[in-house]
Design a protein around this ligand. Structure first.
Ligand code: B1M
Length: 211
């Protein structure tokens, strides 16, 4: 890998926001394409950290500081990304009613943005009617529902039913610690992802399936 990209990847993984922004600028200045910076430094940083997390070699605070550095890097990169990279698809994302956990949902948002999706984050403790309203307003390619409590995940089927009453072909992805693939299938979600990195992979898959 290009030495600069390697340094950028390391800066993201260490959560060094200042160095991340500086290296994004330097990489672009040396003529590297924004997409190369994204796909060969920033996304691999997140992927590697995600793998370390799965192996219990990295922990939540590291994921959070890396996600923050990633966000700063994305801010610096976004103006240079062509429409193609930003326009992979639109996702409306929120945590269901009664649930104020935001960290996982925010990581999902960052990973989706990192993968080129435009994301409208409608926040936490989002009532079913608000999901329907946001769906109507934005007509997203994917609606993303997050839940961290075994009690609040029971809201997901209600949201799916209400949104599908609005648009029977709505593509809805669900996730969050207590949510399982089996649960997602049972409630009729279009897709499920166990973590933020997989959410971006799944979102791409869902969109290529509807092309
Ligand atoms: Co809460 N909490 N909490 N909490 N909290 C848990 C979730 C819990 C497991 C702790 C425990 O008991 N061991 C437990 C839930 C038990 C259950 O129901 N199964 C719990 C509880 C009980 C509660 C309260 C009820 C406590 C109380 O008041 N008695 C209360 C509920 C408040 C409410 O929501 N109404 C509560 C409150 C809080 C805080 C406010 C203090 C704080 C939230 C701060 C915030 O988010 N702004 C908090 C926290 C931090 C946690 C723990 C410690 C960490 C959660 C987290 O951020 N994980 C958690 C215990 C734990 O996990 N060790 C716990 C890190 C994050 C990166 O992972 O959120 O799983 P996660 O997200 C992942 C994946 O799930 C996935 O990708 C993410 C990134 O890889 N994912 C998706 C998430 N959404 C997705 C959507 C997708 C796809 C993938 O597609 C759309």
């Amino acid at each position: 890998m290009n030495e600069l990209l390697e340094m950028l990847k390391r800066a993201v993984m260490l959560g060094d926001e200042e160095e991340t922004v500086r290296l994004v600028g330097e990489a672009l200045h040396t003529g590297l394409l924004p997409r190369t910076v994204l796909e060969e430094a920033m996304m691999p940083a997140r992927a590697e950290l995600g793998e370390r997390f799965s192996r219990n070699e990295a922990f939540i605070p590291e994921l959070i500081v890396a996600a923050m550095a990633m966000e700063k890097g994305m801010e610096a990169l976004k103006p240079f990304l062509a429409g193609e990279e930003r326009g992979r698809g639109l996702v409306v994302l929120g945590t269901v009613h009664g649930d104020i956990h935001s960290i996982g949902k925010n990581l999902v948002r960052m990973c989706l943005e990192g993968a080129g999706f435009q994301v409208v984050d409608i926040g936490e403790d989002v009532r079913t009617e608000r999901f329907v309203e946001a769906y109507r307003e934005h007509r997203p390619d994917i609606l993303g529902l997050s839940a961290l409590l075994s009690s609040t995940m029971q809201r997901m089927p209600e949201v799916i039913e209400a949104v599908r009453a609005e648009d029977p072909s709505a593509v809805i992805m669900v996730g969050g610690a207590p949510v399982t693939r089996e649960f997602a299938e049972r409630i009729g979600a279009s897709g499920y992802a166990p973590n933020a990195f997989e959410a971006a992979v799944k979102a791409r898959e869902l969109l290529s399936a509807t092309d």
